[in-house]
Design a protein. Structure first.
Length: 110
């Protein structure tokens, strides 16, 4: 029994005071500003970490086609998320595009 645990003689219950640490480490949630909602930027971050994802590459390509950009150092390009880009990707009519069948944001299985 540790110092933070006490036994209650009245009810035979063990009382734990203080916080119990999670063996997996502290739970942290990314704030909205820390999450990367821009598929173009997210793809470049994955590549920098040495991770390759075909779906992230397709999402980045479709997002660029619809006007999203990633911040590129020294080129004066801003990190931009085009308003409504997910809906435009979902409603895309460029069926001749190699990514068209695999484009993201199509909703669930029908």
């Amino acid at each position: 029994m540790t110092d933070s645990q006490k036994i209650s003689p009245e009810f035979g219950l063990m009382e734990v005071s203080g916080s119990i640490s999670d063996p997996r480490g502290p739970k942290t949630r990314k704030t909205t500003s820390e999450r990367n909602h821009n598929p173009v930027s997210r793809h470049f971050v994955l590549l920098e970490k040495g991770k390759r994802s075909p779906m992230a590459a397709i999402a980045a390509s479709c997002s660029q086609c619809m006007g999203c950009t990633a911040k590129e150092e020294g080129e004066g390009v801003e990190d931009w998320i085009e308003p409504g880009f997910r809906g435009r990707i979902r409603d895309c009519t460029s069926s001749g595009c190699g990514n068209w069948e695999f484009r993201p944001f199509q909703g669930g299985a029908k």
